[in-house]
Design a protein around this ligand. Sequence first.
Ligand SMILES: CC(C)(COP(=O)(O)OP(=O)(O)OC[C@H]1O[C@@H](n2cnc3c(N)ncnc32)[C@H](O)[C@@H]1OP(=O)(O)O)[C@@H](O)C(=O)NCCC(=O)NCCS
Length: 183
Amino acid sequence: MTRKPKPVKDSFVSMTELVLPNDTNTLNNLMGGRMMHLMDVAAAISAQRHSNRIVVTASVDNVSFREGIKLGSVITLEAQVTRAFSSSMEVHIDVWSEDIPSGTKVKSNEAFFTFVAVDQSGRPIDVPDAVPETATEQALFDGALRRRQLRLVLGGRMAPQEATELKALFDLVAQAAEDDTAS
Ligand SMILES: CC(C)(COP(=O)(O)OP(=O)(O)OC[C@H]1O[C@@H](n2cnc3c(N)ncnc32)[C@H](O)[C@@H]1OP(=O)(O)O)[C@@H](O)C(=O)NCCC(=O)NCCS
C-alpha cells in the first residue's frame, strides 16, 4: 500500500547535549564514538518521524571530525530526512559545537545516515515518499540517488554497471577534462 507523501521538514530533529567528563578522552575532548552515538540517535528519530515505524541503521557515510570538541561545550545535532526510497530513508545530519562563555558556535560534523523501516519481525517495509519544499531540501533530495548508488556499490549491494547516476557523473567529469585539454 502506498502511503501519503510527507514534507521532509516534518522529520526535522534538533537535539542538544552538554559535553560532560564521561563523554571525553584524556585530552578532555568529546570521544568520536560518543559523537557517533548521538548522531545515530538524532538521525534515527528523524527517520522514525518520517516513517512512523521502527527503523534500523543500515549504513553511515564518512564522518570526519574537523576539530576537537572541548569538555563543557554544548553540541546541537540537527537531522532531517532528505529522501525516501522503498523501505530506506537517507537522513542528513549537521552537528554544531558551541562554547557558551566565548559565544562561539562552529559546525563540527556533517554526515548522511541510511535507515530502513522494519516491521515487528525486522522485515523491511515501505515508507512514504519525502517531499522537498525549499531549494536546500531539493538539492539534498536530488543528490540522494547518487549517494545511495555509491553506498550500495561500496557495500557490495549493487553492481557498478547498474549505478546509472554515478556513471552520468563520471561521464560529465570525463567530458569536462576532455574539453579542458582541447581548449
Ligand atoms: C538493513 C536491513 C534491514 C536490510 O535488510 P535486507 O534483508 O538486506 O533487505 P533488502 O535487501 O530488501 O534491502 C532493504 C533496503 O535496505 C537498503 N540497504 C540494505 N543495505 C544497505 C546499506 N548497506 N546501505 C544502505 N542501504 C541499504 C536497500 O537499499 C533497501 O532499500 P529500499 O527498500 O529503499 O530499496 C538488514 O540488513 C538489517 O537488519 N541489518 C542490521 C541493522 C542493524 O541492526 N543496525 C544496527 C547496527 S548496530
